[in-house]
Design a binder for this molecule. Structure first.
Ligand code: RIB
Length: 304
């Protein structure tokens, strides 16, 4: 089994479902409040662990109760948390409104700001251990660049989910082996909105010209576009009732990396990841909604 190092955010999500979003100054009654474990890094680690990978997490939570519960949650999936720091700051928090299945997220990264280049450098041996390093943009950007350089120094595969999207040093993209943005992130990074096959091809070319070797763009209801060598291919979505899109992208990334670790082709990896993501969006919550490998296999049998 291959080893995957996830360097990224750990949050607690405070979720309310609503029929519509409140206007400024308005108090609106929603429903189904839940406090879930989330954070893009943690969700991706959970997706990898639930589908059967060896996962270590490098991150930070506060010394508060949320931090303790978040670590226990990761441990319950068999994720190695020896490098999750407890720091003097509140654990990262996301306030999420789910409206018609789609979500809006307001984030305070809190303790995640403590995942600094110095803390990463102090754990250089993790890059020896890992086969793949997976990162997102919910920790300081200088840490993403530092870890990308460290990954390449150790000749390992660097997988980047540039979310939430923000200005980044161009070197990050030059060091990226596999980039997995959604359509919104693609548009902000390349200036091209992947609305149809022609614009998607241009956006993919732009990301490759920036240095990303393999590109997978998730396109919401339109599925996903991805490169397979020099070809561009498409994968549709499964016909399921969408309940909550939170962690759709995170679970997809987990599914792709898990399949590639298993030696699958890009086509097989994307198909598996689409099933992982389909199950995730058919349930409420972030990490809690992500399926196990057994659930994915059952789903694929029924939806072949
Ligand atoms: O991708 C979903 C995640 O984004 C949520 O779990 C929330 O914590 C935010 O980080």
């Amino acid at each position: 089994m291959k080893n995957i190092l996830v360097i990224g955010s750990i949050n607690v999500d405070y979720v309310i479902h609503t029929e519509r979003l409140p206007k400024l100054g308005e108090t609106l009654t929603g429903s189904d409040f839940a406090m879930n474990f989330g954070g893009k890094g943690a969700n991706q680690a959970v997706a990898l662990a639930k589908t059967g990978c060896n996962v270590k997490m490098l991150g930070a939570v506060g010394t508060d109760l949320s931090g303790e519960l978040a670590i226990n949650n990761l441990l319950s999936f068999g994720i190695d948390c020896a490098d999750v720091m407890r720091v003097d700051a509140p654990t990262g928090a996301a306030v999420i409104t789910v409206c018609g299945g789609d979500n809006h997220i307001l984030l305070d990264i809190g303790a995640n700001a403590f995942v600094t280049p110095a803390e990463i450098e102090a754990r250089e041996s993790l890059f020896d251990w890992a086969d793949i390093v997976v990162m997102q943009y919910e920790i300081p950007m200088e840490s993403v660049l530092f870890a990308a350089r460290m990954t390449k120094k150790h000749k390992k595969l660097f997988v980047l989910n540039p979310a939430p999207v923000k200005a980044a040093d161009a070197e990050i993209y030059r060091l990226t082996d596999i980039i997995i943005p959604n359509e919104f992130e693609t548009q902000l990074i390349t200036g091209i909105s992947p609305d149809d096959e022609e614009s998607t091809a241009r956006a993919i070319k732009a990301l490759r010209d920036m240095g990303c070797e393999t590109v997978l763009i998730t396109l919401g209801k339109r599925g996903c576009a991805y490169t397979d060598g020099d070809d561009i291919r498409y994968q549709g979505i499964y016909d399921i009732k969408v309940v909550d899109t939170t962690a759709a992208g995170d679970s997809f990334i987990g599914g792709v990396c898990k399949s590639l670790c298993d030696g699958k082709s890009m086509e097989e990896a994307v198909s598996y990841a689409s099933a992982v993501s389909a199950i995730t969006v058919s349930r409420k919550g972030a990490g809690v909604s992500i399926p196990t490998s057994h659930e994915v296999e059952e789903f694929l049998k029924k939806n072949a």
